[in-house]
Ligand binder design. Sequence first.
Ligand SMILES: [Zn+2]
Length: 491
Amino acid sequence: MFVEVHVERGRIRALLPCATGSVIRTETSTFEFPGCSLYPGFVDNHAHIMGLGEFLSNTRLDSSMSEQQAVQFLLADEPRDGWVRGRGWNHELWSDAQLPTRSSLDDAFPVVPVYTTRIDGHCAWVNSEALRRAGIDPKGHSGLLVDDDMLPVMNAIPAYSDETIQAFILRAATLCSEHGITEVHDMDVSEAAARITRELAESGKLPIRVQSFVRGQNGEWLEHGLLPAGGEFHRMAGVKLFADGALGSRGALLSAPYSDDIKNFGIEVVTVEHMLTQCNAALDAGWQAIAIHAIGDQAVTNVIDTYEALRKRDDAAEVILRIEHAQHVRPEDVERMLRLNIVACVQPTHCTSDAVMAEKRLGQQRLPWSYRWRSFIDAGVHIGAGSDFPIEDPSVLAGIDAFVRRIPRGMVAPWLDHECISQQEALFAFTEGAHMTSGMDYRRGKLAVGYDADFTIVDRDLLSCKPEEILETNILATFTAGVCRYSRHAT
Ligand SMILES: [Zn+2]
């Protein structure tokens, strides 16, 4: 939409109609975007900032065309905290299609430990020093480790230093700004990441706002003395738990066995009792939001059972109760979510990435329970949206496209298109709707006087453009608290 916004002290002071585009006037400058639309800043309400920073910082080996070239790429980067790390090699793209060897890494890195992962993340290629640090004799070892065999070396890699964590957070936050994101709900946050995010926010270095959801599977937040706390750019917002695993690895907990593994129901990571104990402890300490990962339909039921018991507390009426992913939900549970005011925090690009796999795992009969955005909205269940980066791209536009068109990657037709939602609903889920899942919607997510001046400016009208144009949209600028944090054409 076209609008002229006046900003004072980081908040919207006035809104005026504008016929030709969007204009932002701050105390000191005027920014003009002719023909462009301005929206409340995009929010990613489920993502992993440290994970994205790490992903962006490890040496990329996906474009290597040979083992030697992969080694060259690794040599070109500096070790971080004493280790060289790479990701994404795929020997099937290499000229000889042979698996790499320990000796090529040893020749290039006789002293520094090297740890690299294959494109699928299920195989590691390491050098002798990495094996030695893990207590493994390198003599006769291929330097290749598969799945659980990777763990000893992964565990030998030291925890990141504060400087590295800081660099990761800033790198990820900068990329978020480039995608028009003004706020992220950061999931499974460690004590160090929470502390460093706060320091960056307080020193004015963070270009985005961050709501931290700290690890709470076993009361980790309590152990580290983390407590809810407010702030303009960083807030300790809630506690995060897991009820099950993921669908791809058949870790999602189902009420009936997997269609492609008929004795397997998935993994019950924790019991309802355990979740309730953890949630009660969080509420006792004053946390006002709980987020629990649940993908399979039985995990969703277990979380709803937990939340049903929790809502009985006198002080729990206003607490935000979130189900992260909520990918496969039985019809009766949609009703319960509405009744108990439980919000669904969904990732539309997971649907378009995983559709083919989900069909195999769940079978035709259960598919109508999957990624049911339209059913949630029609039933009155609130949804907020995210990307779960770095698993998916931190692109809100890709998320809106997936919500609206629901076309699986590499395909041309929508998948279960009765669950598509409108452009308006999709944009809402990534703005005001996302803020509702952290309790910040009272001052963010709307273009209204008094609201925070967080804006995303794009080169077309996302509400009225053709759906196939959504992915062609360009982010022109991102403003957080009235300050330009990203501009496509630096002014
Ligand atoms: Zn996640």
